[in-house]
Design a protein around this ligand. Structure first.
Ligand code: SF4
Length: 125
């Protein structure tokens, strides 16, 4: 719960829209592809996901293998996935228990798992 305030601010900032229109990511206000893809900052390396589990050093899923998309799938997105590790260092990106690299809360993959707690990181275009 210690990250709830920062996560909320990040959610608002990260999803304020960009309107690029050349791919889903631009509509959700973040860089596509993500910077430093495949790695995460120290702050998120072993941080806690929304489901309370600690992130392992080396998640084993690459983004290509899980149908990673830089936009939500309907009302399903990383910020309301139980495997999401919210942004810990204020760079606008979090991480994932299973998928390598930085993860934006407005992104999505085939491993999505519903989370409905109070600390969901909301996404809207
Ligand atoms: S939707 Fe996929 S990439 Fe996003 S947090 Fe969930 S499992 Fe990780």
């Amino acid at each position: 719960m210690k990250y709830a305030g920062a996560a909320t601010l990040t959610a608002l900032a990260g999803c304020s829209g960009g309107g690029g229109g050349d791919g889903g990511g631009d509509d959700y206000g973040h860089e596509v592809p993500h910077p430093d893809d495949g790695t995460v900052p120290e702050a998120e390396m072993n941080a806690q996901a929304l489901n309370g589990q600690e992130r392992p050093d080396e998640p084993n899923q690459g983004k290509d293998a899980v149908g990673y998309a830089h936009e939500p799938s309907g009302d399903q997105y990383c910020g309301n996935c139980s495997l999401f590790v919210p942004d810990q260092d204020g760079d606008g990106f979090g991480a994932c228990l299973l998928v390598k690299g930085k993860v934006h809360h407005c992104d999505y993959c085939n491993l999505w798992s519903s989370y409905t707690g109070d600390d969901v990181v909301e996404c809207s275009a």
